[in-house]
Design a protein around this ligand. Structure first.
Ligand SMILES: Nc1ncnc2c1ncn2[C@@H]1O[C@H](COP(=O)(O)OP(=O)(O)OP(=O)(O)O)[C@@H](O)[C@H]1O
Ligand SMILES: [Mg+2]
Length: 278
């Protein structure tokens, strides 16, 4: 679907108006930024363009400085991860003054959608057998193997990112993509094939808008805590399994990881105290 400019309600960044680029498709429109799909260099190379349009409610100078800072910081952190072999999209081009960042298009979809679909099917299967369908996912049976493996890949990717000195700042299952392996092309019209294969694919971490360079155990632990909380609220039935996987897989990713996990205990404790006080 090629969206025409009129539907965007604001000027597109000039890069997307170039005659050589494919008409951009608006993928998401958040409070801060918009994500377009277009092409880079060749019509056959898809790319993602993250654009932060000017915010009329902010002071223009302050707004320009903030936008520049965010875009630059996102690009730098992506570049660093990429260079060090952490799975993130490659940066193609950037114009921080114009407020956009162009990067590799990641095929597939957010991890969040894949896990939710998997949980939905599992519930339906349980109901079909006459059970309530609200059992926690324990990760013990054969049926849970795909989810266990996916959670392990997620935690490993995060460990690798932490190892190279980046903390993400906004880890959620929406900010991770699942890129289907070989045979899996993007399922046409959003419907994937029945049954297995739903959770198969590589993890790619995206959305480095709040990322920073840090090797502090505390910062890393907070990063994990944010994901743990996000995971429990998005996928409550797999919450316990996630925590178990986090503890077992993360500590294998780098030398100081066990210290970070101990820190995570403190961070959780503080979180609980805070929620008790209200
Ligand atoms: N490189 C990419 N390839 C494919 N899809 C992407 C890519 N980057 C982002 N997306 C899609 O666009 C959505 C929004 O992107 P992203 O999470 O970076 O923006 P955001 O949450 O609006 O950003 P921010 O929190 O920095 O304002 C993602 O959830 C994902 O579905
Ligand atoms: Mg996001």
């Amino acid at each position: 679907m090629a969206a025409d400019t009129a539907t965007h309600q604001f000027p597109l960044p000039a890069i997307l108006e170039y005659p050589s680029s494919t008409p951009p498709e608006l993928i998401t429109q958040g409070a801060e930024g918009r994500l377009y799909k277009s092409t880079y260099l060749l019509p056959s190379i898809p790319c993602a363009v993250k654009y932060r349009p000017p915010k009329p409610w902010r002071h223009p100078l302050l707004d320009a400085r903030l936008t520049r800072h965010r875009i630059l910081s996102e690009a730098r952190n992506l570049a660093k991860c990429r260079r060090e072999g952490v799975p993130v999209p490659a940066v193609y081009a950037i114009d921080e003054s114009a407020g956009w960042l162009m990067m590799e298009w990641v095929a597939g979809g957010p991890v969040r959608a894949a896990i939710n679909e998997w949980l939905r099917r599992r519930r339906d299967a349980e109901r079909a057998e006459g059970r309530a369908g609200d059992a926690m996912v324990e990760g013990t049976g054969e049926a849970d193997a795909d989810l266990v493996a996916l959670l392990r890949r997620i935690v490993t990717a995060i460990g690798r990112m932490h190892k190279v000195g980046i903390v993400h700042g906004d880890l959620t299952t929406s900010n991770m993509m699942l890129t289907p392996w070989e045979r899996g092309k993007e399922p046409a019209n959003g419907h994937s094939v029945e049954g297995d294969g739903l959770l198969e694919g590589d993890i790619v971490i995206i959305d480095f808008g709040l990322a920073s360079q840090s090797v502090s155990h505390e910062d890393r632990a907070v990063d994990l805590y944010v994901l743990e909380r996000a995971f429990s609220s998005t996928h409550p039935r797999a919450e316990k399994l996630f925590t178990a996987m986090l503890e077992s897989a993360y500590k294998e990713t780098f030398k100081e990881a066990p210290i970070v996990l101990r820190k995570l205990e403190d961070v959780r404790m503080r979180g609980r105290k805070r929620s008790m006080i209200g």
